[in-house]
Design a binder for this molecule. Structure first.
Ligand code: HEC
Length: 320
């Protein structure tokens, strides 16, 4: 006779193997496919469905015919009759009863757990209403500012925030160039420099160039302060991001900075996690309180760059 595993053990082994594949195999493969730094677990409800289907399949397989059914039942009957020795039967029956008892107890006992509450992402109970209509002064240069910028550029003395000056010094040493505008050589800046040289500067060109200069500084400040958490791409995937239970926000997601007015974004950046009201719990936000270390102008510069990098526009305040 061909020696083969009794169908009871085949069924048991198959169920265990299928469970292991669903529980650990699929997440491991998903991790390879997505390239994410963490596995993607199969939801518990789906595991339950897979296992029920597996059990149905096994049931059909075993009850298909009397032969397999008897084969399947044989070890169970032998166990119950005490054919494997009486102590084995006694221990087995105690263990099975204890396991069933534990399962019922564990499901019935009242649990002390934090209530399942969804966090409110954009709480506004302590958001000062006067900020609602705030416009980003950095994104809206005045005529005077544009005129002053043209004068500065003519004299080769465009003003930059102090945080980027050391970089410009290094750049000047390395390239032998003098005009920092050359370092931000975008098309708008090129056009502006050409018009400067021809001594025929159009206000619109100057406005666009000033915006580029401001964006440049905002991006630099973002890289220095926000990138570790919010990431190069602003997708909330900076090198520190995985360390927080409440993940840094992904600004490219449609439900984040695009849905809020700019004044609100400013307030959030200003007050960080510590400034959030109770609705924003149960998880505390690691977002720093930027009013402590950045000036108002710097914060507006960053916000301008943040929206620009994420390719989003702030919500427009409703007119009351
Ligand atoms: C230590 C990590 C960390 C740093 C650094 C950090 N953030 Fe955050 N930020 C978070 C976390 C975590 C959240 C999500 C929790 C929350 O809503 O407060 C968040 C949320 C935000 C939000 C709210 C977005 C929304 O849709 O509600 C804005 C805006 C924001 N950050 C801007 C910034 C800016 C600008 C900087 C740099 C000046 C910065 N963050 C630096 C961790 C950080």
């Amino acid at each position: 006779m061909k020696s083969r595993l009794n169908s009871f053990w085949t069924v048991l082994l198959s169920v265990v193997v299928i469970y292991l594949i669903v529980k650990f195999g699929i997440p491991a493969v998903a991790r390879q496919v997505t390239g994410l730094p963490f596995p993607l677990p199969v939801p518990g409800a789906l595991i339950f469905i897979y296992m029920v289907l597996t059990l149905i399949a096994m049931f059909l397989l075993v009850t298909f015919d009397d032969g397999p059914l008897n084969d399947f039942l044989r070890p169970i009957k032998r166990f119950l009759r005490g054919d494997f020795s009486k102590p084995v039967r006694a221990v087995g029956i105690v263990l099975i009863s204890a396991a069933a008892g534990w399962y019922v107890y564990d499901n019935a006992v009242p649990k002390i757990a934090a209530p399942l509450a969804l966090r409110i992402q954009h709480p506004s109970s302590n958001f000062p209403k006067k900020m609602e209509d705030a416009q980003n002064p950095m994104a809206n240069p005045t005529e005077d500012q544009v005129a002053a910028f043209i004068e500065q550029a003519k004299a080769g003395e465009v003003q930059f925030i102090e945080q980027v000056i050391p970089d410009f010094e290094t750049w000047k040493e390395e390239t032998g160039e003098e005009d920092p505008l050359l370092a931000i050589n975008t098309p708008a800046i090129k056009k502006f420099r050409a018009e400067l040289e021809a001594d025929n500067v159009d206000n619109e060109t100057a406005h666009a160039a000033l915006m580029e200069v401001r964006l440049f500084q905002g991006r630099a400040l973002y890289a220095m302060n926000c990138r570790p958490c919010h990431g190069d791409s602003t997708a909330g995937d900076g090198p520190m991001a995985d360390g927080f239970k409440l993940r840094p926000i992904n600004f490219t997601d449609n439900g984040t900075i695009e849905t809020i007015v700019e004044g609100y974004t400013f307030w959030r950046v200003e007050n960080g996690g510590p400034g959030l009201p109770l609705e924003a719990t149960p998880w505390d936000s690691a977002m720093p309180e930027w009013k402590v270390s950045l000036t108002e102008e710097e914060r507006w510069l960053i916000i301008m760059a943040e929206y620009d990098m994420a390719e989003k526009t702030p919500r427009i305040p409703e007119k009351h």
